[in-house]
Write a protein that binds this ligand. Structure first.
Ligand SMILES: [Fe+2]
Length: 169
């Protein structure tokens, strides 16, 4: 939990589910950039082709829904209530699109040029998450009021429940 452990982040409870996903994504990004895990106990593979399977799996299980949630419930509130952040939101939406495309490319051609593509993907994930955590979420916490943040939190909780039900059904 290094985002929290380093004391970099004091997160509003409504945004914590997204920050937890960010933490997991940063761990994977490190594995993609370094080609190995920092933790000796990690099951992160050193084989690049195996890393492709792990990252595609993580995107499908977690990150694609995470992007959809931010696109649907977080970014529109920021655009409406903090219009001076429009350029930041455009950049973050562009990152989401680029990341979705890179993952599709990996699914289509999972064996070529991995020593270049995987670190590049990791760096993009890392830079994107740093922008959301350090710039967007910090700005939301200082510029939105408690009721607005709670409203976002309620939407995220409802969406999380719907996803769980889908999984069970
Ligand atoms: Fe995010």
């Amino acid at each position: 939990m290094f985002l929290f452990r380093q004391g970099l982040v004091k997160r509003h409870p409504s945004l914590i589910p997204l920050s937890l996903d960010h933490h997991d994504a940063l761990v994977i990004a490190q594995g993609l950039i370094l080609g190995r895990s920092r933790s000796p106990r990690s099951k992160w593979p050193t084989d690049r082709r195996a890393q492709v399977d792990r990252v595609v799996d993580f995107f499908k299980r977690t990150l694609l829904a995470h992007f959809d949630t931010e696109d649907a419930y977080v970014f529109p509130v920021v655009m409406e209530r903090m219009p001076d952040r429009a350029a930041l939101i455009a950049e973050l939406r562009h990152d989401h699109e680029q990341l979705r495309n890179l993952i599709s490319d990996l699914e289509r051609a999972p064996a070529t040029d991995l020593d270049t593509r995987l670190p590049a993907l990791g760096r993009l994930v890392e830079a994107h998450i740093r922008k959301e955590e350090r710039v967007l979420f910090q700005a939301m916490q200082s510029e939105l009021d408690a009721a607005e943040l709670d409203h976002i939190g309620a939407k995220l909780t409802a969406r999380g429940r719907a996803r769980e039900n889908c999984r069970i059904g």
